[in-house]
Design a protein around this ligand. Structure first.
Ligand code: HPA
Length: 235
């Protein structure tokens, strides 16, 4: 089995990988949702597991926080371990009225204030987008389960604490639904390699109203989103 600086697999990795930010979430998913789960990675405690969900092989591995972290893992999973489909599951802060705590946000596209795209040396601005096939499928799944979901543009920010007090409002004015910190890097990395990617989030806080969820509530909402994402492995 091949190995990289950040992933030293002790078990096979499936073509579909779910990527929560927190590696302990990956462990939780493996323990509670996957059958025959085997841990494949522990380098830097970025735990990864492979098992089956409703008969389909699926892996789940932490991504860490921020575009550099998720992008390097995504790059290695796609280029070295031949993974075909990476699905980020995480939390986001809602930036529009009408997007409420616990709603599911599906990133059709991801803007960013990161310099990550500079590496592609494009003669213009690249627009990172999610896999349309996965967006359609997850939207239908959400509807069938009665989960409120929103599809649209998000911001993958390099800053959680931004020094500019006008930052959020300026993005809000452009119709950005929510802010998180990883998806633009994931989308660009997958696009360059011809892989499928999608970012799905639970709203953990509202930047508009200041409302926040408790850790216990976050766990329940996270479960809904995770079940949606796991079902995508089988499509
Ligand atoms: N900003 C950035 N990332 C986030 C937020 C936020 O408000 N909430 C959850 N992830």
């Amino acid at each position: 089995m091949k190995s990289t600086a950040h992933i030293d697999p002790q078990a096979p990795i499936a073509p579909t990988v779910l990527m929560p930010g927190d590696p302990l979430r990956a462990k939780f998913i493996a323990e509670n949702y996957l059958e025959d789960a085997k841990q494949f990675n522990s380098v830097r405690n970025m735990l990864g597991f492979t098992g089956t969900y409703q008969g389909t092989p699926v892996s789940v591995m932490g991504s860490g926080m921020g575009i550099p972290s998720i992008s390097l893992y995504a790059w290695e999973l796609i280029h070295v371990f031949d993974c075909k489909r990476l699905i980020r599951i995480g939390t986001c802060g809602a930036l529009q009225e009408g997007i409420n705590l616990y709603d599911v946000v599906i990133a059709q596209a991801a803007c960013s204030n990161s310099a990550f795209m500079d590496q592609y040396n494009l003669p213009g601005t690249y627009a990172p987008i999610g896999s349309y096939r996965l967006i359609e499928a997850v939207r239908e799944l959400a509807k069938s389960k009665g989960v409120t979901s929103h599809v649209g543009n998000i911001l993958s920010s390099d800053t959680f604490y931004n020094a500019d007090p006008t930052f959020n409002d300026r993005w809000k004015k452009m119709g950005i639904m929510a802010i998180e910190m990883e998806t633009a890097g994931l989308y660009a990395t997958a696009a360059e390699a011809g892989a499928e990617a999608l970012g799905i989030f639970t709203v953990s806080d509202s930047i508009v109203t200041g409302a926040v969820t408790t850790p216990a509530e976050r766990q329940t909402a996270f479960t809904q989103m995770m079940e949606l994402a796991l079902s995508l492995a089988g499509i």
